[in-house]
Design a binder for this molecule. Sequence first.
Ligand SMILES: NC(=O)c1ccc[n+]([C@@H]2O[C@H](COP(=O)([O-])OP(=O)(O)OC[C@H]3O[C@@H](n4cnc5c(N)ncnc54)[C@H](O)[C@@H]3O)[C@@H](O)[C@H]2O)c1
Ligand SMILES: O=P(O)(O)OC[C@H]1O[C@H](O[C@H]2[C@H](O)[C@@H](O)[C@@H](O)O[C@@H]2CO)[C@H](O)[C@@H](O)[C@@H]1O
Ligand SMILES: [Mn+2]
Length: 461
Amino acid sequence: MSLKKQSIVVAGGGSTFTPGIIMMLLENLDKFPIRQIKFYDNDYDRQKQIADATEIILKERAPEIKFVATTDPEEAFTDIDFVMAHIRVGKYAMREKDEKIPLKYGVIGQETCGPGGIAYGMRSIGGVLELIDYMEEYSPDAWMLNYSNPAAIVAEATRKLRPNSKIINICDMPVGIEHRMAEILGLQSRKDMTVRYYGLNHFGWWTDIRDKDGNDLMPEIQKHVKQHGYVTPSELEGSSSEDVEESWMYTYGKAKEVYELDPKTLPNTYLKYYFYPQDEVEHSNPEYTRANEVMDHREKNVFSECNRIANIKTAEDAQLVTDDHASYIVDLARAIAYNTKERMLLIVPNKGSIVNFDPTAMVEVPCMVGSEGPEPLVMGEIPRFQKGLMEQQVAVEKLVVEAWEEGSYQKLWQAIILSKTVPNARVAKQILDDLIEANKEYWPELKKENQTETNKEPLTI
Ligand SMILES: NC(=O)c1ccc[n+]([C@@H]2O[C@H](COP(=O)([O-])OP(=O)(O)OC[C@H]3O[C@@H](n4cnc5c(N)ncnc54)[C@H](O)[C@@H]3O)[C@@H](O)[C@H]2O)c1
Ligand SMILES: O=P(O)(O)OC[C@H]1O[C@H](O[C@H]2[C@H](O)[C@@H](O)[C@@H](O)O[C@@H]2CO)[C@H](O)[C@@H](O)[C@@H]1O
Ligand SMILES: [Mn+2]
């Protein structure tokens, strides 16, 4: 029986990751046939550069696919089966501020972690909720596959503020690390491994990894990580064909020290920001952060290649690579469209998957995915160490969403204070006040609680 052809809108069509997604979709048309692709963005000029190249690529490689690029929500979200959402509210200019403002106060400057991630979350919530509302207005049966960051805060916001929406929040960091684990083991693919993993987004641990015969693969990976982190054997020998940027190589190497904190597990690379923030600050250049690197590399490369294709009016020699998240996006879309029951790490309401953790927390755990969406597997009881860390971190994420919803200065200050990356309340306030100034165009207005008002509250004994 032939598979139903799908209609997709890429929300954030001007994203540097859009070409990678398109290339991946074209490589998988046999498994995930497509009748229509639309782009939606709120920046016409940025999106047009990606769209002009995409139009040529589709004409040459899949002329049967209808293609539209638009900034009109009704045109974008009508007659859609899937919304693939990867917007960056405020774009890289704001990411640069997210990263540089905390560094002024000796605190990590990072896209999705610490005060930078909190600032990004305060911008992203409104943008993603708007996409959900468009989807439900114009294509109520569609699913949104969201990887707009910071996925942890966006996921908590969609759980709390759009509890009945068909949205799945996802992250490609575990996918990228599992690619490396497979290479360390000499396996063909990360899909040759079955994993057990738990955590919050960008804050998790692998606890069990087996091959298809049930053999335990953890000891061999742990032996490598103990010495080299997630740097692969070919990178160690200098024979890797991948062009990985220095800051990513540093991150993969740092996993060695993060692993030492719990040698029974294997860590997500993002944990380094919470356990060794002083090293990250020392390793950072406050004048030139990761945002600058991306603007000088990925953003420049993607847009110059798309402009080149549009200028010569052919994509025959297109140099556009497929990204990790592109491949698992297809896996996820296929699982929902064709009820494949794929096993994937997704960010979902806990609801007992981690039995001794807040059931309302958005946790990243293995799920079986079918046409009704993800069903989380039970990861069981987690140790005191991870439970304590996750309780603090999930409180940060929940406070940010409450601060956004209530316009509460106090709660956002508390969220920054509570982050493990911030030393004290005074530094937290200095960072918050700078971030408020920088995000005037994007955040809801925050009101300070008037002391006299709170004193009026009845004493509850
Ligand atoms: N979940 C993951 O693991 C993962 C992996 C990679 C990237 N990402 C995220 O994907 C997103 C895109 O990344 P990028 O580096 O390509 O960003 P980018 O800035 O290159 O592209 C983002 C696009 O979103 C558009 N946009 C911003 N606000 C919008 C709004 N309110 N409505 C519609 N469009 C809007 C921008 O105009 C821009 O074209 C980011 O949020 C990034 O953090 C997530
Ligand atoms: O600093 P950036 O913008 O290059 O990356 C930040 C993102 O890093 C992760 O995504 C990585 C992915 O893990 C890696 O395997 C490869 O595919 O590149 C991706 C983007 O660089 C992380 O999961 C994202 O949430 C971050 O936005
Ligand atoms: Mn991620």
